[in-house]
Design a protein around this ligand. Sequence first.
Ligand SMILES: [Zn+2]
Length: 250
Amino acid sequence: MIDWRATMGTALADAWALVAPVDCAGCGAPDRALCLDCAAALRSRLRGAALPLDSPPALPLVAALAYEGVTRSVVLALKNDGRTELARVLAPPLLAAVEAAWLGSGAEVLVPVPGSRAGAARRGFGPVALILRRAGLVAEPLLRTMAGGPEQKALRLEQRLAAAPRFAAIPRARGRRVLLVDDVITSGATLRAAARALRQAGAEVAGAAAIAATPRRRGASSIPWRFLGDGGEGPGDNEPVEDYREGKEA
Ligand SMILES: [Zn+2]
């Protein structure tokens, strides 16, 4: 169930982060990987949307957080600065989103959306796969990034819409009903491309879950999200943050 070799690498990094001088990834306060105020900002508030695909049905989406402020800083610190110890604080919101998206979806397997090849080569780990492991979730890498896919973050929104990344699903995807898992949903172009590749390979795509979604901005073509429930109780709560403070494995 658990890839121990991969887990050991990040466990060592985590152990080092507990003794090394680190600053809060959210606000820069010293001596903590994440201060208590910033940990509180990562409390899930689930939101949902329906993403139209090339053909119906639309793809149900769930995200736990708004991609701004502390959430954005923590995700970027993990992805760009190699702060792998932060995977454990991003695991509870991802878990909450996956649970909500999984419920009633009929999905049988979680499939992480792979990043660009350049990103994978640069950081040496897949952020989504790492956070899934931290959340105790088992996923199957049924998608591959094809050569020539653009670096999404380097593109403007309009360019992203036009130039979606290219994925291919491996043959084992045929006949499976999958739930896609990504770190951040912005325009939905990446998820559309991922769903297209899976459908072409004979898989069904039941929905998608993500840690965070970029809030809808006036004038920009983006996804209309709505909050699910009140976000104060149930799967939106982040109890494992308590464990993180103690420096224990959640
Ligand atoms: Zn902080």
